[in-house]
Design a protein around this ligand. Structure first.
Ligand SMILES: Cc1cc2nc3c(=O)[nH]c(=O)nc-3n(C[C@H](O)[C@H](O)[C@H](O)COP(=O)(O)OP(=O)(O)OC[C@H]3O[C@@H](n4cnc5c(N)ncnc54)[C@H](O)[C@@H]3O)c2cc1C
Length: 390
């Protein structure tokens, strides 16, 4: 039976059975072994036809209907399997599908989906975050190559990169968004240097990338020279939307686990705790409905639209409030980290508290998301401080 003709519940049963049979088990602790384990799982999903729920079938995806995409995310979260490595699948892939050439789609999409190549996002620079049109990493054309020089920062999973999808300046310094080009750069090319950045949790989730006379074929440019900015809009909208459904499904599970923990520790009888739980429960349900709204916009219009900013604000605010409350409710035990025998659930709530400090910064800060909602959803007057509509 094809995925198109089976009912939603039949699809759920078939996908759940696959996840149970093929589950990769608990991941190894050693970081390189863990990455190999994650990559192997991604390849299994691809080889068995369970990768890329929204991607066209010709590039290895599943082209699922909207309700099946929701089921897919719910089952994936329920099974606790590793997520895809890199940030390419949710961000640059929709951009390649929409604006790439046929040759680029054939070369890049399937290896990205299978996890053979890890793609990372090189947009932000030390002087260009919210003000992305101010970026200065330059690409000078020389025959059928560009010569790239400059620096990117805060690259999620940068140290694992095989490929960098980057924004570079091909126009004059003053050209702002009119002089930006979208390039796909081989992370192993001569002149590319990637350094780890340590974050507040003690991990190395980020990298910074230096380009020193890096040669990039013109054939690896997406869209036109100086025509990168409209593509950024597509990819940032998808970045905000990509997390929406799986985060909503994930936080449904996390909140249930937290309530269970409060029950075990006898804290659920406290009326103040119950009040806070009721608030979080309301938020987690709103998040789910909003995520459905974002995905249905993508299905109907091909673009997530500004509703993805509403979704991002809801999710990031929620995850911060949940972890702040968890650490507070657990008292001193909530402040003991992984590695100590006194840590509650291996320190996951403290880790979450620290990790989610960054949530309201990544993929555009909460202030920028509020500006987007104010201008594009509520149609309020434009903030003169905002660089351009993203
Ligand atoms: C978890 C995480 C993952 C990330 N992953 C990546 C990645 O993979 N690739 C990548 O390229 N980048 C990544 N980033 C970088 C991220 O996109 C930038 O940090 C973000 O855009 C903010 O830029 P900035 O750090 O330069 O801060 P700034 O832009 O300097 O902002 C500083 C402060 O000023 C405020 N501000 C700035 N402009 C305005 C305005 N017009 N109105 C109101 N307030 C304003 C901001 O809200 C913020 O509070 C990541 C960041 C985080 C935290």
């Amino acid at each position: 039976m094809s995925v198109k003709s089976e009912s939603d519940e039949e699809f759920r049963t078939r996908f759940r059975a696959f996840l149970q049979e093929s589950h990769p088990g608990r991941g190894p602790k050693d970081p390189p072994e863990r990455i190999a384990w994650q990559r192997a799982w991604q390849a299994t999903m691809f080889d068995r036809g369970f990768a890329g729920p929204s991607w066209p079938v010709e590039y290895g995806g599943m082209d699922l209907s909207f309700p099946k995409q929701v089921i897919y995310q719910e089952e994936l979260t329920r099974a606790r399997v590793p997520r895809a490595l890199g940030t390419g699948q949710g961000i640059v892939a929709p951009t390649i599908i929409a604006y790439g050439t046929q040759d680029q789609r054939n070369r890049w999409l399937a290896p990205m989906l299978r996890g053979d190549k890890i793609w990372v996002q090189g947009y932000s620079e030390p002087g260009a975050g919210s003000d992305l049109p101010g970026l200065t990493t330059s690409a000078r054309r020389e025959g059928d190559e560009y010569i790239v020089n400059g620096q990117k920062i805060w690259t999620t999973q940068g140290p694992l990169a095989d490929v960098i999808f980057a924004l570079v300046r091909t126009g004059t310094r003053e050209s702002r968004q009119e002089g930006i080009t979208y390039l796909v750069i081989d992370a192993h090319a001569p002149g590319v240097q990637i350094r780890e950045l340590r974050d507040i949790t003690g991990g190395h989730a980020f990298g910074e990338i230096y380009f020193d006379d890096v040669r990039v074929p013109v054939a690896d440019r997406i869209g036109e020279e100086n025509g990168g900015w409209p593509l950024v809009r597509t990819s940032l909208g998808h970045e905000r939307a990509a997390g929406a459904m799986n985060q909503a499904a994930n936080y449904r599970r996390v909140l249930d686990e937290f309530i269970e923990l409060l029950r075990d520790r006898g804290l659920d009888r406290d009326p103040l705790v119950r009040d806070r739980i009721a608030e979080l429960e309301t938020e987690v349900r709103i998040m789910r409905y909003n995520a459905i709204r974002v995905i249905s916009d993508i299905v109907a219009k091909g673009e997530p639209g500004p509703a993805s900013s509403v979704s991002r604000l809801l999710i990031t605010g929620f995850e911060q409030r949940l972890h702040e409350f968890a650490v507070e409710a657990l008292g001193p035990a909530g402040l003991v980290g992984r590695g100590s025998v006194h840590a509650v659930q291996r320190g996951r709530w403290l880790y979450g508290f620290l990790r989610t400090r960054a949530s309201t910064i990544g993929a555009g800060t909460a202030e920028i998301q509020r500006n987007t909602v104010a201008e594009q959803v509520l149609r309020l007057p434009r903030d003169p401080g905002m660089p351009a509509r993203v």
